[in-house]
Design a protein around this ligand. Structure first.
Ligand SMILES: [Zn+2]
Ligand SMILES: [Zn+2]
Length: 706
């Protein structure tokens, strides 16, 4: 900039505009304007040195003095206080001016909403929040900086490893390296040790800018071909920001902690392979996962949660409890075993009763439908990559990825009148979606799944009452399954959308009013609605504090018209109904996985595949055990008998591991008194009781819901 001004006088307005453009452009790309101050100061000095003879130059000086005045910034703090500085200050200096405690805790700053390093220079009026490890952003800066520390340590120990990318993820971070062999657990320990040493050295983390092409050459010269490739994909007119700590230099937008000494609580958690850019045709990289926290206690808590999550992993429990399996002949499709299918049936029968008690008519539509239907519904154009196809007699068919078009065809099968509305259809709709194999996860994320999928055809005036009723119902169902902590989100109009603003106003307000009527709290997500209408989402919190989106209610003005649905209105005109897509548990496969993990496999009595096991101590109780089992079965319970000639302690242990709610133990004493000795899966001994008393207890428990 200085060179430009010095060699050719530019009209002040142009210069000013140019400068502003420069600043705006840098801000837009996430780079700070720290060095813009230096430029401005130099320009100012240059202008002051100019003999102010002609008006052009006077204006020039005035312009720069005006800029100069802004270099004595007023900094507004979150509590509303304003601090004045006579000269530009860094974020770190502002923190010091507030107090030594804050100066020490400062990890970054938020200036007018934008996250910056503590070295960022404030040269004009701005609002500033000092970011510490108490802020979510502070934690993110810590994790991000720890990912750099990891790369630094790897480069020290394995100089010929190449760095690629290292993003922050939920609860931690990872970094992918190109290396000639997979890292071992011993390597992991050594890397973590080196990270601790490097953090203790408390080396400053510094930032500088470099033109793109220079940065490409720079990383190429270090043998960092992946980094060079990433930088080469950034537009050539952008400067690249580099961060150094000690001998390690990495490309990054930042911000980072001011020095490595701020990184105190971290742990490397696991190793994995990952393809470069997620493409299996590329090189397999070595991924190292880690986590970082503000306090040691937080780390301990997290590691405990991780351990719990591993114990509860539905894939593991699915195997040990013999619920289901998956195999490569049908990727992403579940083989349900008898016990798993029993759980499924409990969920399905519950949801069927929900349909029946709430004015839904259950229907069943074909799985395979002609291409022309998917073209009209828009799926062919927008969803084709995720669909499976088949053909017969030279006709092309798609295996349905969604149930909605089928429901419209049922609606269209007869002439409908306003008197028929709202018309509610429910289906246990079986769908297939061609998810990439890398995205599949147990029965949580599959290619074939079944939803409790319902569609309500109604008039616009009925949206609100339908949504109110649905919201109550959904919350009831979640409570029934044991989920009481539900976050409700309302996703509003996106930029790309169908329909007029008036229609969107009405639909969004109808949903708001519906939620208000239920006296629930919700969070609004602007821009996250579907292109055809707004939606409500239900996020369930499980016993480990994890959140799962299950239910949804979506207003759709578009599909009924696309598939020519209409009804005769009160004034005898033809109108297009509004379609409400709704599901409560969503995919039954996924919901069952959530249930298994939420309960760690110890499902409530009513959901347990086997509810009672009757155990004999010796052969003498065999007939009595058979009779007891039959009585339990005829009382409606899923009871099994274990009459094997094994030690009773062995049998008890085995069925406890199977997480069966109750064990009935029969010895000679029970046979003589015609009673049953009962034990819970938690190991509690309930003592001997008459069978009828036990059946009463079971009935009460099975019927009791939170
Ligand atoms: Zn970084
Ligand atoms: Zn639908």
């Amino acid at each position: 900039m200085v060179g430009v001004v010095g060699s050719s006088p530019i009209a002040p307005t142009t210069l000013c505009a140019g400068l502003r453009t420069l600043i705006v452009a840098k801000e837009r790309h996430g780079y700070d304007t720290a060095n813009a101050f230096g430029e401005r100061l130099t320009i100012l000095e240059f202008a002051r040195g100019c003999p102010a003879k002609d008006t052009e130059k006077v204006r020039l000086v005035r312009t720069f003095v005006a800029i100069g005045e802004r270099t004595m910034p007023d900094v507004r703090l979150p509590d509303g206080a304003v601090k004045h500085f006579d000269a530009p200050v860094t974020v770190a200096e502002v923190a010091s001016a507030i107090g030594p405690g804050l100066a020490k805790a400062a990890l970054a700053g938020r200036i007018d909403g934008k996250l910056v390093d503590t070295s960022f220079v404030i040269d004009r009026d701005a609002s500033l929040a000092i970011v510490t490890d108490k802020d979510p952003e502070g934690l993110e800066v810590l994790r991000h900086s720890t990912a750099h520390l990891l790369a630094y340590a790897v480069k020290e120990l394995f100089p010929d490893a190449q760095v690629t990318i290292g993003p922050v993820i939920e609860d931690g971070f990872y970094y992918d390296f190109s290396y000639k062999r997979p890292f071992t657990p011993e390597d992991l320990a050594a890397i973590e040790q080196r990270m601790t040493e490097l953090a203790e050295k408390d080396e400053p983390v510094t930032r500088r800018l470099m033109p793109r092409d220079e940065a490409v050459k720079f990383f190429e010269s270090m043998g960092e071909h992946y980094k060079a490739e990433i930088i080469a994909s950034i537009p050539s007119n952008e400067d690249i920001s580099l961060y150094s700590e000690g001998t390690f230099i990495d490309l990054c937008r930042g911000p980072h902690v001011p020095s490595t000494g701020k990184l105190k609580v971290f742990k490397l958690t696991k190793l994995a392979g990952a393809y470069w850019r997620g493409d299996s045709r590329n090189e397999m990289l070595q991924r190292i996962y880690g986590t970082a926290w503000a306090k040691k206690d937080d780390l301990e808590l997290y590691l405990h949660r991780l351990e719990e999550a591993e114990k509860r992993d539905h894939r593991k429990l699915g195997r040990t409890l013999d619920l289901f399996h998956l195999q490569d002949e049908a990727p992403g499709m579940v083989f349900w075993h008898p016990k798993g299918w029993t759980i499924w049936q409990q969920v399905e029968q519950t949801m069927r009763r929900v349909y029946q008690a709430n004015g839904y008519q259950e229907i069943k539509c074909p799985m395979i439908l002609d291409r022309s239907l998917w073209e009209r519904s828009g799926h062919w154009e927008n969803y084709k990559e995720s669909m499976f196809f088949t053909e017969s007699e030279k006709r092309e068919f798609a295996i349905k990825p969604m149930n909605c078009p089928g429901h419209v065809l049922v609606f269209n099968s007869d002439m409908r009148s306003y008197r028929d509305l709202p018309l509610r259809y429910g289906e246990f709709g079986s769908c297939h979606r061609n998810e990439p194999s890398g995205a599949l996860h147990g029965v949580m994320r599959v290619r074939a799944f079944t939803q409790d999928d319902g569609h309500i055809f109604c008039s616009e005036e009925q949206i609100q009452s339908e949504c109110t009723a649905f919201n109550r119902l959904a919350l009831d169902v979640y409570r029934y399954f044991g989920f009481t902590d539900i976050a409700i989100k309302l996703a509003l109009r996106p930029d790309k959308r169908l329909g007029t603003d008036e229609t969107w106003d009405r639909a969004e307000n109808a949903l708001r009013e519906a939620l208000k009527a239920c006296a629930v709290e919700w969070v609004e997500l602007p821009g996250e609605g579907a292109f055809y209408g707004p939606k409500i989402e239900y996020h369930l919190k499980d016993s480990l504090g994890r959140s799962w989106q299950c239910g949804t209610m979506q207003v759709d003005y578009s599909m009924p018209a696309q598939l020519s649905a209409e009804y005769v209105a009160e004034d005898n005109t033809r109108k297009v109904p509004v379609m409400l897509h709704r599901a409560i548990v969503g995919s039954l496969e996924r919901f069952i996985a959530i249930l298994i993990e939420h309960y760690a496999g110890a499902l409530p009595l009513w959901l347990s595949p086997h509810q009672v096991v009757v155990l004999t101590i010796t052969d003498r109780q065999t007939d009595y055990a058979r009779a007891v089992t039959d009585r339990l079965k005829s009382a409606g319970f899923r009871a099994i008998a274990d009459l094997r000639n094994e030690k009773i302690t062995y049998k008890i242990r085995e069925h406890s591991l199977q997480k069966l709610p109750y064990q009935v133990i029969l010895g000679d004493k029970e046979l003589q008194t015609q009673q049953v000795a009962v034990r819970t899966r938690a190991g509690e001994d309930l003592g001997a009781m008459p069978l009828d008393a036990f059946i009463d207890r079971l009935q009460t428990e099975a019927a009791s819901r939170p």
